[in-house]
Design a protein around this ligand. Structure first.
Ligand SMILES: Nc1ncnc2c1ncn2[C@@H]1O[C@H](COP(=O)(O)OP(=O)(O)O)[C@@H](O)[C@H]1O
Ligand SMILES: [Mg+2]
Length: 244
């Protein structure tokens, strides 16, 4: 069971209202993207869900339990994920699981292999490229016991080709576990390709502008990205984001 309810959340910094009456629900096993322009308040919302900040008003519920300001309720991977430099890759990925119970090292090895990191189990984070570290952080959040995962623009620093490879990899892993995911992005194509549903935020302050149920069936193939229907959705959402 894992359902997140965001109810009438408002947040200001100093005199600037960043989030205004934001409400939405993410259901069990759903992959939802939170899409909005840079500076619209996506990371702020993400930190609120992760319990790093508290809202001025409003409530976050995970499976009915109020989690305002509570850390550790969800698996939360920030924009630049931190790995512990003194731990090897395998020891980094089992960390989330280790805090709660005995980690399943065989499963961790299998996932690292799937992420193309089989040869790096015993390496240290500084031996890896940025994209590889990002994958390690993913594997860690997938292995953590929380069934709700929050990712903040995990692919924004990657070039187009690496990004597509990572998206395909994420989808293939997600198809197997089907944890609930809230995926923060400013990339329209990425939001459509990955998600069951897209929540579009307006800017200054952010409110939920529109929710879109993505009609494409799974598993999704790369060829989908060039279909007329996909490009039509991309244009629609682009228009939606352009007009503030
Ligand atoms: N800790 C903070 N203190 C003051 N202002 C902040 C803080 N965090 C974010 N902001 C402001 O809130 C707005 C939204 O930022 P952010 O949530 O990072 O946007 P996004 O992730 O959508 O790019 C920006 O104007 C930013 O400057
Ligand atoms: Mg951000």
């Amino acid at each position: 069971m894992s359902e997140l309810v965001v109810k009438q959340v408002t947040k200001s910094f100093a005199n600037k209202k960043v989030l205004d009456d934001v409400s939405f629900t993410i259901k069990e096993g759903e992959f939802v993207s939170l899409l909005g322009p840079s500076g619209s308040g996506k990371s702020t919302l993400f930190h609120l869900i992760g319990g790093l900040y508290r809202p001025d008003t409003g409530t976050f519920y995970l499976d009915g339990e109020r989690i305002n300001g509570k850390r550790g309720a969800i698996s939360y991977t920030p924009q630049s994920p931190s790995l512990f430099p003194w731990r090897t890759i395998i020891d980094n990925v089992v960390l989330g699981a280790e805090i709660f119970a005995k980690p399943d090292v065989d499963q961790a090895r299998a996932m690292l292999k799937k992420a193309g990191l089989a040869d790096y189990e015993d390496a240290y984070p500084h031996h890896l490229s940025g994209g590889m570290r990002q994958r390690v952080a993913f594997v860690r959040s997938l292995l953590s016991p929380q069934s709700f995962i929050c990712l903040d623009e995990p692919f924004s620093a990657l070039d187009e080709f690496t990004r597509l490879e990572m998206q395909k990899w994420l989808l293939s892993i997600w198809e197997e576990n089907r944890k609930s995911v809230l995926f923060v992005t400013h990339n329209i194509e990425e939001a459509i390709y990955l998600s069951d549903r897209i929540i579009i935020l307006s800017n200054n302050p952010a409110t939920v502008k529109r929710e879109i149920q993505v009609p494409f069936e799974r598993p999704r193939q790369e060829a989908l990205l060039l279909t007329d229907e996909f490009l039509q959705w991309k244009r629609d959402i682009y228009q939606e984001l352009r007009v503030f």
